[in-house]
Design a protein around this ligand. Structure first.
Ligand SMILES: C[S@@+](CC[C@H](N)C(=O)[O-])C[C@H]1O[C@@H](n2cnc3c(N)ncnc32)[C@H](O)[C@@H]1O
Length: 250
């Protein structure tokens, strides 16, 4: 079993499959308006690279635990790329904007994991900062389109033809487990990655944000900023630090 994010060869295909899209454009506008930006789960660094290329002169920090993704990110030397996660690296009131893009939020599978991320992100923000992220709306049932019939064909950097297909193994309790198979006629065998993603309802997301001291400032259902509906593909949130709820402790 390969890990598509740890393996530098597979990570090289990531931007060919997930290139600059309307989501990148949405976040790029926010990044360009902020001085200091932290991208949690930055992956190959597409967003921060685009920000530098667009003339951003402030502090740009990309954080990701996956070696393969950071190999790709580090091709742009003018961004601070850090290998790790918010469990081991902390920031204190340093950023105007924290982003978590490309559905990275969905790798956190429990409420406790999400609370830990949100708490660390709130700590990393300046008092007037913003946290922007998105998660796929469970109401749009994206996993029903992750089938071998909807495979993607890409041409790799060496001209190799690679087929990428998804197969959903399990859908239960808001968790979707699937495989992603990369195959190429030139390879002895396909490379298979397995991942589980969490799908969170907007109401539940908002209670986790409130518990960790955030208020929802803006909420959209798609990248053109249309409002969220029950079947919108995305739940896009821009949150700001608010009051921390009373703990009940004396
Ligand atoms: C689907 S990719 C998104 C990458 C990038 N943000 C984008 O928009 O293309 C999810 C990323 O989350 C990263 N990731 C996994 N666990 C993480 C953690 N605990 N903290 C931060 N990032 C994590 C993965 O390594 C991967 O690069």
């Amino acid at each position: 079993m390969a890990d598509a994010f740890e393996d530098a060869d597979l990570a090289a295909y990531y931007d060919l499959i997930n290139g600059f899209g309307p989501d990148t454009g949405f976040y790029l506008g926010l990044v360009l308006a902020a001085d200091a930006v932290l991208d949690v789960g930055c992956g190959t660094g597409l967003l921060l690279k685009a920000a530098r290329a667009s003339g951003h002169t402030g502090r740009l920090v990309g954080l990701d635990p996956a070696k393969g993704m950071l190999v790709q990110a580090r091709r742009e030397p003018d961004v601070d790329w850090i290998r790790g996660d918010l469990g081991t690296i902390s920031f204190d009131g340093e950023f105007d904007l924290v982003v978590m893009t490309g559905h990275a939020f969905q790798v956190f599978l429990t409420d406790d994991e999400v609370r830990a991320q949100f708490t660390a992100i709130r700590r990393a923000l300046r008092p007037d900062g913003r946290f922007a992220f998105e998660t796929r709306n469970p109401g749009a049932r994206a996993w029903e389109r992750w089938t071998p019939e909807n495979a993607t064909e890409i041409v790799g950097h060496d001209g190799e033809h690679v087929r990428v297909e998804h197969f959903v193994e399990r859908v239960a309790d808001g968790l979707v487990t699937m495989t992603e198979t990369f195959s190429c006629p030139d390879w002895p065998e396909p490379r298979v990655d397995r991942a589980t993603l969490r799908f969170t309802e907007a109401d539940h997301l908002d209670s986790l944000l409130r518990e960790t001291g955030f208020e929802v400032a803006e909420r959209y259902g798609s990248w053109d900023r249309t409002p969220l509906t029950g079947t919108s593909r995305e739940i896009i949130t821009i949150a700001r630090p608010g009051r921390l709820p009373a703990t009940g402790r004396r």
